[in-house]
Design a protein around this ligand. Structure first.
Ligand SMILES: Nc1nc2c(ncn2[C@@H]2O[C@H](COP(=O)(O)OP(=O)(O)O)[C@@H](O)[C@H]2O)c(=O)[nH]1
Ligand SMILES: [Mg+2]
Length: 354
């Protein structure tokens, strides 16, 4: 090694190592799409990730479709770009908002979100944490109809029920059915109603004054675009010698990637590039932390003694588990945590008996 030993601390190697590890392990991200059926959720997801997720799906016969309750569907895909892997899970909620099932739809979604938080809590407290996977929902795209006037009671109910559980990002679906003026008015009205009902959406990060100017500008631009007005398309069209992903109408073409036509590219950048890590951070630091504290309080209320240091916020294991000292510490804690797991189990038994 050519470095001067005295000046060489070694963290640069650690940074390399972390970098290599992240690249090898890839990013894990879960996106949930919610909204009335027919608003273009599946089409948008396909457009975002340039794949046809649902190409081999068979439509159930009509009789089955009529009785179908909210069915949550999970699709996993792995995207690799420049050697970086993205392990993406799409959680689709096909029946939401259809007729009678609508009123119960938020319950199914809330349960799904809660269950994933619970699974993470369990795996965080289990012995084998090295291969922990994270199935928590990092972002929920909520599709608003372009046809109605503002929010419907169903929308308000859903957003209120899930606001403290997941990062909510509203989008106006099928934005190609609105003119520019209509769209601007609709956005304004929706945001006013969201404020009026005290609904908490995903909060864009506060950019410090010392942060990168480009990011600050982009953050502001994206923030002011909420709710994103989106258009999806599964078809590519030939315009001159250019191939575009778009929708063909008698009067012309809507190029979904053209920012004059829709916010599709803004949403795409927001999700995949600029804010993916923040969505994950907020999920962990805010939504999961709230959930974890509530679990611990329940344990306490049930009269179960907690191991002292479990009340401390757990560090992110994916960043720490390779450190040998940490591994030792974790091993020592495992025994304690195993006892806690037993307590949890006995508490669950008590609850199910009562
Ligand atoms: N006008 C318009 N139609 C769309 C758009 N996205 C999807 N569609 C059409 O709407 C219908 C329902 O789309 P789909 O993605 O299955 O909706 P989902 O039930 O919400 O998943 C299909 O015929 C799509 O071609 C859009 O952005 N604009
Ligand atoms: Mg669909």
């Amino acid at each position: 090694m050519s470095e001067n030993k005295e000046n060489f601390i070694g963290f640069s190697l650690l940074a390399d190592q972390l970098q290599r590890k992240t690249v090898k392990k890839g990013f894990e991200f879960t996106l949930m799409v919610v909204g009335e059926s027919g608003l273009g959720k599946s089409t948008l997801v396909n457009s975002l990730f340039l794949t046809d997720l649902y190409s081999n799906r068979k439509l159930p016969p009509v009789s089955e479709r009529l009785t179908k309750t909210t069915d949550i569907e999970k699709t996993k895909l792995e995207i690799e770009e420049n050697g970086v892997k993205l392990r993406l899970t799409i959680v689709d909620t096909p029946g939401f908002g259809d007729g009678l099932e609508g009123a119960d739809a938020w319950q199914a979604c809330l349960k799904y979100v809660n269950d994933q938080l619970g699974l993470y809590f369990q795996s965080e407290n289990s012995v084998n944490r090295k291969n922990m996977t994270d199935s928590r929902v990092h972002c929920c795209l909520y599709f608003l109809s372009p046809y109605g006037h503002g929010l419907r009671p169903l929308d308000i109910e859903f957003l209120k029920r899930l606001q403290y559980k997941v990062n909510l990002v509203p989008v106006i679906a099928k934005a190609d059915s609105l003119t520019k003026t209509e769209l601007a008015a609709k956005k304004k009205r929706i945001m006013a109603e969201i404020a009026e009902h005290g609904i908490e959406l995903y909060q864009f990060p506060d950019t410090d004054s010392d942060e990168d100017e480009d990011f600050k500008a982009e953050n502001e631009r994206l923030k002011s675009g909420i709710p994103f007005a989106v258009v999806g398309a599964n078809t590519t069209l030939q315009v001159g010698n250019k191939t575009v992903r778009g929708r063909q109408y008698p009067w012309g073409i809507v190029d979904i990637e053209d920012t004059n036509h829709s916010d599709f590219m803004h949403l795409k950048r927001f999700l995949i590039q600029t804010h993916m890590q923040d969505l994950k951070d907020v999920t962990h630091d805010v939504h999961y932390e709230n959930f974890r504290i509530a679990c611990l309080q329940e344990l306490k209320a049930a009269g179960i003694e907690q191991p002292a240091d479990i009340t401390k916020s757990t560090e992110r294991l994916d960043e720490t588990y390779e450190d040998p000292e940490k591994i030792l510490l974790l091993q020592q804690k495992d025994e304690e945590i195993r006892r806690m797991q037993e307590m949890l189990n006995s508490m669950q038994q008590k609850i199910s008996k009562s």
